[in-house]
Design a protein around this ligand. Sequence first.
Ligand code: ATP
Length: 137
Amino acid sequence: TNRTFTMLKPDAVENGHIGAILEKISASGFRIVAMKLTQMTKADAEAFYAVHNERPFFGELVEFMTRGPIVAAILEKENAVNDFRTLIGATNPADAAEGTIRKMYATSMGENAVHGSDSDENAAIEGEFHFAGREQF
Ligand code: ATP
């Protein structure tokens, strides 16, 4: 069993999709290890997405990720990182497979409803970024 980290992004929260997305995550066999509604500061988002800081969309990404609350969560399942990325679908919802969370709830490449860690190492780093040990169950 291992873990991944997710954020339901500001668009998903604004559009009222928290319940539906969490239902889909639970129904897909993920256990919630930690979860909260929170809002990232500009400094938080710049640090979280530091790997993208040279990309042309970096400013837009930071602006978007800080404009309202997100749901941050740590999820546990066998093969968590890969299975969760399959569940959320391609970065661009236009390319996302039928039935994936991004196909169902994302609005654009930038505003794509949900984040999923891309490796076990990043899942651990991202989970630690948002949660203290005593918030993880
Ligand atoms: P995430 O890291 O959020 O799970 P991802 O791994 O599918 O997404 P990345 O390439 O790591 O995609 O990009 C991180 C995030 O930056 C994307 O989820 C999206 O919100 C935003 N992004 C990526 N490419 C673009 C783009 N061309 N224009 C605007 N925003 C983009």
